[in-house]
Design a protein around this ligand. Structure first.
Ligand code: FAD
Length: 404
């Protein structure tokens, strides 16, 4: 795991907002910045503004636990995330900037016969689409993660889903890399610029209203993760989304003891060690919808009890930080991407607990969608908003790292 830090990122100084742009991208997280980058670099579309209400990558891009993987359940999901994992591997070269991509493998634990059966299916679907995923037994798990307790309380580990492609990357560096490469090609990035309303005429978006004035646009993309339904409502679109806080925490640093990422949805917990030696612990969402990124004692106690079941020595660890982001949960745990009922208003939404790993492929496909004037790329066609009215959901609930 590389301990190099990315070098400093130079972005152009802030400028005045122009009265109009060809494309306005709402949200300066990884997804919005990636969309701007692929538009500028691969489609020559550079009259683009990314409008960010706070600071670059300060939303869920900065708050996630940086897990990258493609071992999903459905063929639509695996195809999509596998392409993203492939793109992640080349990002440092593409940016000439170290995103600290680190392939360490992800191990998901099965504690029941039903989970073993489901994992077998996931392994086969994953292999079919070129992923490296296999079932492993207790002895193999013991060799891979000697510090793991294989017999936690009432839930002994029966087998594991070993996803060799599982990886992490430094999430801020991903946002910074996209930002610097987009800005270099003429994209304007405006921080502290909140889109407060949308101006729609004849079913087309013609402008966005911000705290810095109104900006006209040829089309707009919304990529605002945990707040998607709020802007969709302003566009008159009903979103099948409930927004929940998702918390995570990190301990003091330890000497390296854990290379793979380890997760157990039965224990609602996943654990990984960073390049700095800290142990990152993540789990399920808070149990009620809320727009608030406070940390709670209740979550801390519940999650740590499970983390200690997995790695008993953590009972002596000190926590350094705990934080939360707002995640948009859809009924099938898949995103909502592509066209919206408003002709030139494009959606990169419904990013719940699963959207960091998809950052490159979201940017690439959203840029294709915008540049083509609304031709939906095959990879994202299954994630249309319309699937909820045609009963074609892409159910990935069983493939989340912790149950939500
Ligand atoms: P964001 O980074 O949230 O960017 C959206 C931006 O839009 C924000 O910067 C926000 O300020 C801005 N914005 C909002 N409203 C407006 C407005 N009206 N006008 C202008 N700007 C606006 N995913 C994984 O794949 N792996 C993980 O391990 C993982 N772990 C997670 C752990 C936690 C604790 C959390 C909270 C999430 C996790 N996720 C994970 C999910 C992942 O972080 C998100 O799905 C992903 O980062 C979404 O990226 P984004 O660019 O769409 O959103």
């Amino acid at each position: 795991f590389s301990s190099d830090y990315p070098e400093e990122v130079d972005l152009p100084p802030p400028t005045e907002l122009k009265p109009s742009y060809d494309v306005v991208i709402i949200g300066g997280g990884g997804h919005g910045l990636a969309t701007a980058y692929y538009l500028a670099r691969y489609h020559g579309v550079t009259k683009v503004a990314v409008l960010e209400k706070a600071y670059l990558g300060g939303g869920n891009t900065a708050r996630n636990t940086a897990v990258i993987r493609s071992n999903y359940l459905t063929s639509e999901g695996v195809r999509f995330y596998a392409e993203s994992v492939k793109m992640f591997k080349g990002l440092s070269n593409e940016f000439d900037f170290n995103i600290m991509y680190s392939e360490r493998g992800q191990l998901t634990l099965a504690h029941t016969d039903a989970t073993v059966r489901a994992f077998r299916q996931r392994a086969e679907v994953n292999k079919h689409f070129g992923g490296r995923t296999e079932m492993i037994d207790r002895q193999q798990i013991r060799e891979l993660v000697p510090t793991l307790n294989l017999d936690p309380g009432h839930l002994p580990v029966l087998a594991g889903l070993w996803h060799i492609d599982g990886a992490t990357a430094r999430h801020d560096a991903v946002a910074w890399g996209y930002a610097k490469e987009a800005a270099k090609r003429g994209v304007e990035i405006h921080q502290l610029t909140e889109v407060q309303d949308l101006v729609i005429e004849n079913n087309r978006i013609v402008a966005v209203k911000t705290n810095r004035g109104t900006v006209k646009c040829g089309c707009a993309v919304q990529a605002i993760a945990g707040h998607s339904s709020l802007l969709m409502r302003k566009a008159g679109i009903r979103a099948p989304i409930h927004s929940y806080p998702l918390q995570a925490m990190v301990t003091q640093p330890f000497k390296p003891f854990l290379d793979p990422l380890v997760s157990s949805s039965a224990l609602h917990c996943y654990v990984q060690q960073t390049g700095r030696g800290e142990v990152v612990i993540g789990g399920g969402s808070d149990p009620y919808p809320l727009y608030n990124t406070r940390s709670t004692l209740e979550l801390k106690e519940g999650l740590l009890a499970h983390a200690i079941e997995m790695f008993p020595f953590l009972a002596n660890a000190k926590l350094m930080r705990q934080w939360a982001g707002i995640t948009d949960i859809t009924p099938d745990y898949s995103p909502i991407m592509g066209l919206s009922p408003v002709d030139n208003y494009y959606l990169d939404a419904g990013w719940g607990t699963w959207g960091f790993k998809s950052t490159p492929i979201c940017g690439k496909t959203m840029a294709q969608l915008v540049a083509s004037g609304g031709v939906v790329p095959d990879l994202i066609a299954p994630f249309s908003l319309a699937r909820f009215s045609t009963f074609r959901q892409v159910n990935e609930m069983g493939a989340t790292a912790a149950s939500h």
